[in-house]
Design a protein around this ligand. Structure first.
Ligand SMILES: *[C@@H]1O[C@H](CO)[C@@H](O)[C@H](O)[C@H]1NC(C)=O
Ligand SMILES: *[C@@H]1O[C@H](CO)[C@@H](O)[C@H](O)[C@H]1NC(C)=O
Ligand SMILES: *[C@@H]1O[C@H](CO)[C@@H](O)[C@H](O)[C@H]1NC(C)=O
Ligand SMILES: *[C@@H]1O[C@H](CO)[C@@H](O)[C@H](O)[C@H]1NC(C)=O
Length: 500
C-alpha cells in the first residue's frame, strides 16, 4: 500500500490549519498521522484563542485541562501550597506530547480564561498564584514562542527563564494601560529583550523615556505600531477597571507633541518597513516621513485627531523631501486629501492597496478629491484594492482609475453627500470601463441607486460571463435609498450566480 511520507502529510495538514475539527479527525487515524497533525493543531490554538468566548466551553475546559497537566504540582509547589487542585480531570498517564513546545504565540486571552474557569471562587490571591504559575510554565517549556502579548502587571522579567524567552521573541504587543508597566516593567524588559522585529504599543499615554529606551534597544525593528493618546484600546471583553478617566485635553495636544518618541521614530525610520500611528497621529512629529525610504506599509489613522486644529503645512514640508519607493499598502482615516496625494505621489509605482476613509474636508473638497483620484491613477498602476471617497462631482474621474489601474480586483467607494441617483452613473462606468480583474465592488451608505440602474448593471454583468462579482452593501439597514425592492433584486441576481 502507498504511504504518504510525513513531509507530504505536513503539507496537506498545513492546508487544514484553520480547520481544527478536521485536524482532530486526522489525529485519530493512527500514531504517524497524529505526530504530524498535533503541532499544527496547537499552532491553531496559539492563534485562535485570543477571544476564547468564540469557542465552546467544553473545548476550552479540555484545552486548559491538558495545559494544567504541565503545571508543577508537587506538595512543595505553589499550587498545592495554596490549595489549588489542578488538573481538574487528571489523565491516568502523562500526556503523550510536550504540548507546550507547540505554542508559537502567547496571548493573555486564554490565560485569563483558564484562570477564570479553573478557580471559580472569588479569591484573587489564588488567581494570582495560578497566573504566575502559568507564566512560569510558559517561560520554562514554550521555547518556540516568537510572539508575545503582554498585558499583565506581573513582573515577568524576574521569572526563571525570562531572559532566554524574551531574547528570542520577534514580535511583542505591550499594553501600557497601567502606569507601573511603563515605569517599572519596561526598564527591566529593556535589559533582556532586544530582538523585536514587530512592536506594537497600546496605551501610549505619555512621552515616556522608558518607552523610548525600549524602542531604541530593538536593533532589528522593522514594524512599529503605536496607539497614541488615551484611547480605550481593549483586547477583548470590557474590564471595568480600565476606566481610569484620563480624558484627552484636545486643546493641548499640539503643545504636548511627543518629542522623545518622535526622535526615536525618526532615528529608526530608515529601517522600518511598516509604521502604524493611531488614533492621534499628530502627536508624532512628521519629520520621520522624510527618512522612511524603506516603508512598505504605512497606516495613519487619525480617528481621534479629527477635531483638532492641526497645522498640516509641516506635514506637507516633510513630505516634499520624502520618497517611498517600496510602498505597497497605504491606509488613512481623517487626513486632509492633499496630504494623502503627497504621499501617493512619492510612492514608486508599487502600491497594491489603498484604503482612504473619512477624508477631512477643507475649503474646496471636490477639487482636492479630483487631485487625489488623479494622483492615484497616475501613480499606482499595480493597484489591486482601493477604498476611496468620491465626491459626486468627480464621478467621471473613476474612469481614469479603471483605465490606468488595470489589475484592480476590489473597489469600495464612499461618497459624502447623496445627490438624486448618482449611483446609476457610477454603475454605468463600472459596467463599461472596469478591467476584467475586478471581482468585488462594495459601496458606502450615501450612494443612491435606482432599481432600474441596478438591474441594468446586473444584466450587463450576466452577459459578460466575467467572474461573478461580489456586490456588497455594508449599510443595509442605515442606507435611506436602499429599499426592500433593492434587496430583493440583489437577492435574485445572487441566486442565479451573477453576483456573489
Ligand atoms: C496511518 O494511516 C494512514 C491512512 O489510513 C495509512 O496510509 C498509514 O499507512 C498508517 N500508518 C501506520 C504507521 O499505520
Ligand atoms: C488549605 O486547606 C486546608 C484544609 O482545608 C486549610 O487548613 C489551609 O489553611 C488551607 N491553606 C490555604 C493556603 O488556603
Ligand atoms: C493614466 O490615465 C491618464 C488619462 O486618464 C493618462 O493621461 C495617463 O497617461 C495615464 N497614465 C498611465 C501611467 O497610464
Ligand atoms: C434617491 O433617488 C431617488 C430618485 O430616483 C429620489 O427620489 C430619492 O429621494 C433619493 N434618495 C435619497 C436618500 O436621496
Amino acid at each position: 500500500m502507498v504511504q504518504l511520507v510525513p513531509d507530504v502529510l505536513l503539507l496537506i495538514f498545513a492546508e487544514l490549519q484553520n480547520y481544527p475539527s478536521s485536524l482532530y479527525s486526522c489525529i485519530l487515524v493512527n500514531s504517524s498521522w497524529c505526530c504530524v497533525a498535533v503541532p499544527i493543531l496547537w499552532k491553531f490554538i496559539s492563534y485562535g484563542y485570543d477571544a476564547p468566548s468564540d469557542h465552546k466551553l467544553e473545548s476550552r475546559e479540555k484545552l486548559y485541562n491538558v495545559i494544567a497537566h504541565f503545571l508543577p504540582n508537587g506538595p512543595k509547589d505553589p499550587l498545592s501550597k495554596n490549595n489549588i487542585s489542578l488538573p481538574l480531570n487528571k489523565f491516568p498517564r502523562k500526556p503523550m506530547f510536550e504540548y507546550m513546545k507547540y505554542f508559537t504565540r502567547i496571548h493573555p486571552g486564554w490565560i485569563r480564561d483558564m484562570i477564570q474557569l479553573s478557580i471559580n471562587e472569588g479569591s484573587t490571591h489564588k488567581k494570582n498564584v495560578l497566573e504566575s504559575e502559568i507564566y512560569k510554565l510558559i517561560f520554562n517549556k514554550c521555547n518556540n514562542v516568537k510572539h508575545f502579548y503582554w498585558i499583565t502587571t506581573e513582573k515577568l522579567c524576574s521569572y526563571p527563564n525570562a531572559k532566554p524567552f524574551f531574547s528570542s521573541l520577534q514580535s511583542l504587543v505591550i499594553s501600557l494601560e497601567f502606569n507601573t508597566l511603563t515605569s517599572q516593567i519596561l526598564p527591566e524588559l529593556s535589559n533582556i529583550c532586544h530582538n523585536i522585529i514587530n512592536l506594537e504599543i497600546c496605551y501610549c499615554k505619555e512621552d515616556s523615556s522608558d518607552l523610548v529606551t525600549f524602542i531604541d534597544m530593538q536593533h532589528n525593528l522593522q514594524s512599529l505600531c503605536l496607539h497614541l493618546g488615551d484611547e480605550n484600546f481593549e483586547i477583548e471583553e470590557n474590564d471595568d477597571e480600565n476606566d481610569d478617566g484620563n480624558a484627552v485635553d484636545w486643546n493641548n495636544i499640539e503643545e504636548k507633541q511627543y518629542t522623545l518618541l518622535s526622535d526615536v521614530i525618526l532615528k529608526k525610520a530608515d529601517k522600518l518597513k511598516q509604521i502604524t500611528l493611531t488614533p492621534i497621529i499628530t502627536l508624532i512629529d512628521p519629520e520621520f516621513l522624510s527618512s522612511s525610504v524603506n516603508i512598505q506599509n504605512l497606516e495613519l489613522n487619525n480617528d481621534d485627531g479629527m477635531y483638532m486644529d492641526i497645522d498640516w503645512r509641516k506635514w506637507g514640508k516633510c513630505l516634499d523631501k520624502a520618497s517611498f519607493p517600496h510602498l505597497k499598502y497605504f491606509g488613512t482615516t481623517f487626513l486632509p486629501s492633499n496630504i494623502e496625494s503627497l504621499i501617493i505621489e512619492k510612492s514608486g509605482g508599487n502600491v497594491l492597496e489603498i484604503d482612504i476613509r473619512y477624508p477631512l474636508e477643507f475649503h474646496d473638497y471636490p477639487a482636492e478629491n479630483v487631485k487625489l483620484i488623479r494622483t492615484i491613477y497616475n501613480n499606482c498602476p499595480k493597484l489591486r484594492k482601493l477604498t476611496l471617497n468620491i465626491d459626486p462631482k468627480n464621478l467621471r474621474e473613476v474612469s481614469g482609475i479603471f483605465s490606468n489601474c488595470t489589475q484592480l480586483e476590489k473597489l469600495h467607494l464612499t461618497t459624502k453627500n447623496y445627490i438624486i441617483p448618482n449611483g446609476d452613473e457610477l454603475l454605468k462606468i463600472i459596467s463599461n470601463e472596469s478591467p476584467a480583474t475586478l471581482r468585488e465592488f462594495s459601496f458606502g451608505d450615501n450612494w443612491n441607486f435606482s432599481l432600474k440602474g441596478l438591474e441594468s448593471f446586473f444584466i450587463y454583468w450576466k452577459c459578460q460571463e466575467k467572474f461573478p462579482i461580489k456586490f456588497t452593501n455594508y449599510y443595509d439597514e442605515m442606507i435611506y435609498s436602499w429599499t426592500d425592492d433593492h434587496k430583493k433584486l440583489v437577492e435574485r441576481y445572487r441566486q442565479d450566480g451573477t453576483i456573489r
